[in-house]
Design a protein around this ligand. Structure first.
Ligand SMILES: NC(=O)c1ccc[n+]([C@@H]2O[C@H](COP(=O)([O-])OP(=O)(O)OC[C@H]3O[C@@H](n4cnc5c(N)ncnc54)[C@H](OP(=O)(O)O)[C@@H]3O)[C@@H](O)[C@H]2O)c1
Length: 285
């Protein structure tokens, strides 16, 4: 249901989200937990199907395989948007520079398209980290920079401290979690929001309310979840290593949810719906 052929997929011009001077493909492949051959194959396959954005991180232990998949796709480097993230224990300026260079070596790239701070670290002042991140951009290691898992107060601080535009805040966002306040803060400073866990790690695919809405459009519950986030203005980075799901997740640009459906999906958000937490992160929430 709702899947296109490989050729049809490759012909889709992937829509972009513009933010603070960057053009970020609105859908990317998430790669957390994909390793080894599985990861390289998923990246290659995704790019062949029409994905133009891959999300990785130092901590995922798969940057090498992401680079392999990229090269195996045969696409030009300039046609693919690669995001990586610096782990939170590497946010002191010298560590940040070292970690960035090591990520580039593993990816076998001279620059990434987007370099993010993966999680804030309360032990390391943002006033040191943000200028160091900016230097990664001016040194040519990253075309764009941004943050991840920053709350409203941290977004305000980061925007104030940054001499370069920050283009995204990558945060957990799916129909079960209301992120409207944080989204507003990001928009106020020109940042896009990248939704991680956009399928709530599979919960969205099994949600009857999303499945019912999808029936009108011959779309699955997973596709409705992604479409909802896209219409909210997000960039989405769903993860799967399964070819048929790679296609399914990309096939979300030929239908539009109406206002009533968007409102209905917003009612699914509730407390205790957060999936990802990190030790110490709660003090930043
Ligand atoms: N910045 C951060 O701190 C942070 C934190 C978490 C994640 N992320 C990024 O965001 C990406 C996405 O988040 P996530 O991987 O945690 O969760 P997700 O994308 O919400 O969900 C992935 C799960 O959904 C399943 N799935 C995928 N497509 C499906 C479909 N069409 N129908 C049914 N099930 C489907 C996958 O199973 P199969 O593989 O079996 O298909 C997998 O178990 C990550 O991979 C990572 O790149 C960032």
């Amino acid at each position: 249901m709702g899947s296109l052929s490989e050729q049809e997929m490759a012909n889709i011009a992937a829509p972009v989200v513009e933010a603070n001077g960057a053009r970020v493909p609105a859908i990317g492949l998430g790669t957390w937990d994909l390793r080894g051959r599985t990861c390289a194959r998923a990246v290659e396959q995704a790019l062949r199907l029409g994905y133009r954005h891959i999300d990785t991180a130092e901590i995922y232990d798969n940057e090498r395989e992401v680079g392999e998949g990229l090269r195996a796709s045969g696409l030009r480097r300039s046609d693919v948007f690669i995001t990586t993230k610096i782990w939170s224990s590497h946010l002191a300026p010298r560590e940040l520079e070292r970690a960035t260079k090591e990520s580039l070596v593993r990816l076998r790239l001279s620059e990434v398209d987007l370099l993010l701070i993966h999680w804030p670290n309360p032990q390391i002042p943002l006033a040191e980290t943000i200028p160091a991140l900016c230097r990664m951009k001016s040194a040519g290691f990253a075309r764009h920079i941004g943050v991840s898992n920053f709350n409203v107060a941290l977004i305000e601080d980061a925007a104030r401290l940054s001499g370069e535009p920050l283009v995204t805040n990558q945060i957990e966002w799916h129909p079960f979690l209301d992120q409207s306040k944080l989204g507003e803060a990001c928009r106020r400073h020109g940042l896009s929001v990248t939704a991680y866990c956009p399928l709530a790690r599979g919960r969205a695919a099994g949600a009857p309310a999303l499945a019912t809405i999808g029936l009108h459009y011959r779309k699955t519950a997973a596709q409705v979840s992604l479409r909802f986030l896209l219409q909210e203005g997000a960039i989405v980075i769903p993860r799967t290593a399964k070819v048929e799901r790679l296609s399914e997740n990309l096939d979300v640009f030929d239908f539009e949810l109406n206002d009533a459906e968007m409102d209905e999906i917003r009612t699914l958000a509730g407390p205790r719906s957060r999936i990802v937490t990190m030790g110490g992160a709660s003090q930043w929430d």
